[in-house]
Design a protein around this ligand. Structure first.
Ligand SMILES: *Cc1c(COP(=O)(O)O)cnc(C)c1O
Length: 410
């Protein structure tokens, strides 16, 4: 028999695009949950209350607002499952994650011949992928031009592209979808719980999917929030979809949503973990207590302090997300990004490189909204750059400027 010692996973500073450091209250909720089963009234009530809180977080009146068990891709699998083989889709790719969304969409929209030609990466002619350069945002004009005369049924875009740290134009996307009669599908994995927005303000978008471990900060594998408008649900109700577990309508039964209505009792769909329900519920309570708009403003402020600090170290920031800074090292250190990231990670400072070309460094601030946390990140990054030979960095002056920025808002 193979015998391993007990697994010990170190506590690191999660300072990347996600997952973010889990709030102790979320972990306590996980630990303190009993082992009631997935039809126990308190577990079901936890799901019903979470559904109500999710509607507030998304800013929507959509009845079909709930969580898909798993990670971001689980929710996106549900979102994209309304796409059937042969459907015409226009999808925008400006980084790692929208690239995977486009991959998923090509699979959903493929006919058997498309799979036969390339089983893992089918390229059906009915899916047009608009390639937008890394580090560039998708603009409303790009969407308008791509949708004009396309005859597409669906358009797909990532709200915040975490690969390159770019915010795409959601207003322009929604407007273009309305103008051209196309149904918009949006990956909001990196924006929900960080940006202050109401999905109901974007009528061109019929479905949104997010994830547990970024803005929502409920890592202990919980739920990917999703919300679907009636227009989306009607398509699935009429045409069906080839998905049981993440089926947009069937999955909702366990969240007490049946025939477009909230109902009093849940219907079994899959086993839900009492631990997941308790921790997800607590994470939503924390965000709503903090306040969506205050959280968005706090992310913007803390990101601006971090950006100013790394700029003072000679780095060039190319992102505009408020939870993540994507940067190029100064000329003298160019090409050493991966090495620097590896050293930081080995020391428990969990920053990331980009996962697709070009190689850049990503530093995230999920759940790091305090002067101590930002100073710690800035200090560790300055040390890492100095170790690599960036001798001219004045770490003390940079930390003093961080302190000044926080003093100015006290
Ligand atoms: C992180 C991320 C995903 C994937 O989420 P997982 O939780 O890893 O499944 C998808 N899209 C975007 C925009 C992301 O940032």
């Amino acid at each position: 028999m193979t015998k391993f010692p007990p697994l010990v996973i170190p506590d690191t500073l999660a300072a990347g695009p996600g997952p973010g450091n889990t709030d102790p209250r979320v972990l306590a909720a996980f630990n303190n949950s009993g082992i009631a089963d997935h039809m126990h009234p308190d577990v079901v009530r936890g799901m019903q209350e979470s559904k109500v809180m999710l509607r507030e977080l998304f800013g929507t009146k959509n009845t079909y607002t709930y969580g898909i068990a798993g990670t971001g891709w689980s929710g996106l699998d549900s979102l994209h499952s309304a796409i059937q083989p042969g459907d015409k889709v226009v999808a925008f790719n400006n980084g790692t994650f929208s690239g995977i969304d486009c991959h998923t969409i090509r699979m959903k929209a493929s006919m058997p011949d498309d799979f036969a030609a390339d089983p893992m990466h089918p390229k059906p002619a009915n899916v047009a992928v608009i390639e937008v350069a890394h580090g560039t945002s998708v603009t409303g004009q790009m969407v308008d031009e791509a949708l004009a005369g396309s005859g597409a049924m669906w358009a797909a875009m990532t709200h915040w592209e975490t690969g390159s740290g770019r915010i795409n134009d959601i207003q322009g996307f929604s407007d273009a979808c309305v103008k051209h009669g196309v149904m918009g599908l949006v990956d909001s994995v990196s924006s929900l719980g960080i940006e202050d927005f109401n999905t109901d303000d974007y009528p061109g978008v019929v479905g949104w999917a997010s994830c547990p471990q970024k803005g929502v900060l409920a890592l202990p594998l919980t739920y990917a929030p999703v919300t679907f408008t009636d227009a989306y649900i009607n398509v699935v109700a009429k045409r069906g979809c080839a998905n049981f577990v993440n089926h947009p309508i069937l999955n909702a039964r366990h969240w007490s949503i049946v025939d477009g209505e909230d109902v009093a009792t849940a219907g079994y769909h899959q086993t839900h973990s009492c631990y997941a329900v308790a921790s997800f519920h607590e994470a939503l309570r924390i965000i709503l207590e903090y306040g969506r708009s205050k959280k968005a403003a706090d992310y913007a402020f803390h990101e601006s302090v971090l950006t100013e600090a790394v700029t003072a170290m000679g780095c060039k920031v190319t992102s505009n997300m408020t939870s993540l800074v994507v940067l190029n090292l100064p000329e003298a250190l160019a090409g050493r990004e991966k090495e620097l990231v590896q050293d930081c990670r080995a020391a428990g400072f969990g920053i990331w490189p980009t996962l697709s070309e070009p190689v850049q460094i990503r530093i995230g601030i999920l759940n790091q909204l305090s002067e101590d946390a930002i100073s710690d990140i800035v200090g560790r990054f300055a040390d890492a750059m100095k170790d690599k030979g960036a001798g001219d960095i004045d770490k003390n002056a940079i930390l003093a400027q961080v302190k000044l920025r926080f003093n100015n808002v006290k």
